[in-house]
Design a protein around this ligand. Structure first.
Ligand code: G16
Length: 518
């Protein structure tokens, strides 16, 4: 077939380094950008097949999110804007790792297994973040799409959640919104203005927010959006990418893990600040207390703020808490089982999902002239809340607007939000091991089952401290093992994190220097 000849020829321009093996991780392939050209071409091929299979538009986002600037990666987006289904993650790994001469066989294997009609049209949306390598890598994706005769739309520089949004808009024939960046700004800003317009006497201080753009795509996009917000939110942007390096000493991941303000943000006591990550799908908030102490409001605090707000607007609510392993794709599926599912990872990655039935009920109530004023007001607030949220995936810009609206509506300061509950002191560390896959976990990654003896070692160390817990798991995006510890004091949390890191280093094949105490 002519298509396969085209693939053969074009793939020679994007050759795979012999013997290189990569794994589709928690959020796609992610590694040093120099190793990814062939992967991108092949993900263009795979997205085209996925589009033919689903008869819908598929998204490909070129980004490595919170990873350092030298890295890059790729995330595949399914028709409703969700992350690609796990069965296709396996195909992605097979295609990415097929040696040059095996590529056509691997491709035909997917076509056969999925009974794909090659006559079916295909459409793929492509987006990229601001990394220097993203230009050529997104071109490699487009080459892959075109090699299999797929149609493409190149959105260029967009945040990851914007691309998810475009895919969903396209596949719902515009019911979710208009599949343009302007359409996204209009939908979100209108909902934000509707939500905040009746809040009495909002002062300039209450409208002011400091934003750390992580020197990435989120900074560019929030700037573009500002005029749509009509001064209802007054943003001061730092780390806008004009000079600093992406994610370096800034951004949501840095702030969450280091528990300190990003470089370059000039904050005064009590001012609300937030940080995006490198592709703007995560957000964390923080402020400096009167004694200069740093206060972090992470994904857990965001989930609490949003769920208590929603609970206030609803008359009968049962709150059920569910834990999953790391990865928003797991949380997303768990949240889909409820009428309203609020999910956030502690790192600030999350959103809210409304079932179709819940959305319809809200809409009916908002339009029903027989509903009493109080219920109608609640229904209208809920309706605009639904419109403000990017339900396809965690979205720093949409989450920021939602948090700002909720704080305004409830008349809450950042300190009052922080006071909903108090976090135990905690510490996160990374340990380098020869092969992080030696660590296997269970119980939503809260216990390790291998290597032998590691869980016992963790348990015995945890017992030494008061109110302590500690978890260990392999990262799905970086070549490290993550260690988390909490306890009644910061000193104890730090000491426990160090002891557990040592146990990981010794029992799971640590490389380089032994972890040092903090
Ligand atoms: C991705 C995933 C998140 C996950 C994060 C870190 O986020 O989508 O669900 O929490 O990686 O994963 P890990 O701690 O296993 O490295 P992002 O924003 O980096 O794409």
């Amino acid at each position: 077939m002519a298509q396969f000849e085209e693939v053969s020829q074009k793939s020679a321009v994007h050759p795979k380094p012999v013997g290189l093996v990569l794994q589709y991780g928690t959020a796609g392939f992610r590694t040093n950008s120099k190793q990814l050209d062939h992967v991108m071409f092949r993900m263009g091929l795979l997205a085209t097949l996925r589009s033919k299979k689903t008869k819908a538009t598929i998204g490909v986002m070129v980004t490595a999110s919170h990873n350092p600037e030298e890295d890059n990666g790729v995330k595949l987006v399914d028709p409703m804007g969700e992350m690609v289904t796990p069965a296709w993650e396996v195909y992605a790994t097979q295609l990415a790792n097929a040696e040059q001469e095996e590529l056509l066989t691997a491709l035909k294997d997917v076509i056969e297994r999925e009974a794909i009609s090659m006559a079916q049209e295909a459409s793929v949306f492509v987006g990229k973040d601001t990394r220097p390598s993203s230009d050529s890598l997104s071109q490699a994706v487009l080459d892959g799409v075109h090699a299999l005769g797929g149609h493409s739309k190149d959105y260029g520089l967009v945040t990851t959640p914007q691309l998810h949004y475009m895919v969903c808009c396209q596949n719902t024939q515009g019911r979710y919104g208009e599949a343009t960046v302007k359409g996204y700004y209009r939908k979100l800003s209108q909902a934000f203005i509707q939500l905040t317009k009746n809040v009495p006497n909002r002062t300039d201080d209450q409208k002011a927010l400091l934003v750390d753009g992580a020197n990435g795509i989120g900074a560019l996009k929030v700037c573009e959006m500002e005029t749509y917000l009509k001064n209802e939110l007054q943003l001061s942007l730092f780390n806008d990418g004009s000079s600093g390096k992406l994610n370096h000493l800034c951004g949501a991941d840095y702030v969450k893990v280091q528990q300190r303000a990003p470089k370059g943000v000039e904050m005064t006591a009590g001012e609300r600040c937030c940080s995006y990550d490198g592709d703007a799908d995560r957000i964390v908030y923080y402020y400096s207390g009167s004694a200069g102490r740093f206060h972090l409001l992470d994904g857990d605090k965001i989930a609490t703020l949003i769920s208590t707000y929603l609970k206030e607007l609803l008359t009968q609510v049962y709150v059920i808490v569910r834990c999953t392993k790391t990865g928003v794709k797991h949380l997303h599926h768990a949240a889909q089982e409820f009428d309203i599912g609020v999910y956030f990872e502690a790192n600030g990655h999350g959103t809210v999902l409304f079932s179709k039935a819940a959305e319809e009920k809200i809409q009916k109530l908002a339009q029903d002239s027989n509903t009493n004023d109080e219920r109608r007001r609640a229904a209208l607030l809920l309706q605009n809340t639904v419109n403000l949220i990017n339900q396809t995936v965690g979205d720093a810009i949409s989450d920021m607007l939602l948090i700002e609206a909720v704080l305004a509506i409830r008349g809450m300061t950042v300190q009052q939000w922080d006071a909903i509950y108090t976090d135990l002191p905690n510490r996160q560390l990374k340990v380098k091991v020869a092969d992080r896959r030696v660590i296997d976990t269970t119980d939503a990654e809260r216990r390790t089952v291998s290597p032998a003896g590691l869980q016992e070692a963790i348990d015995s160390r945890v017992k030494k401290y008061r109110r302590a817990r500690s978890f260990v798991r392999p990262s799905g995006t970086e070549d490290v093992v993550r260690v988390y510890a909490e306890a009644d004091t910061q000193e104890s949390a730090d000491a426990l994190a160090h002891e557990v890191s040592l146990a990981v280093y010794r029992l799971a094949g640590g490389v380089g220097e032994e972890p040092k105490s903090l």
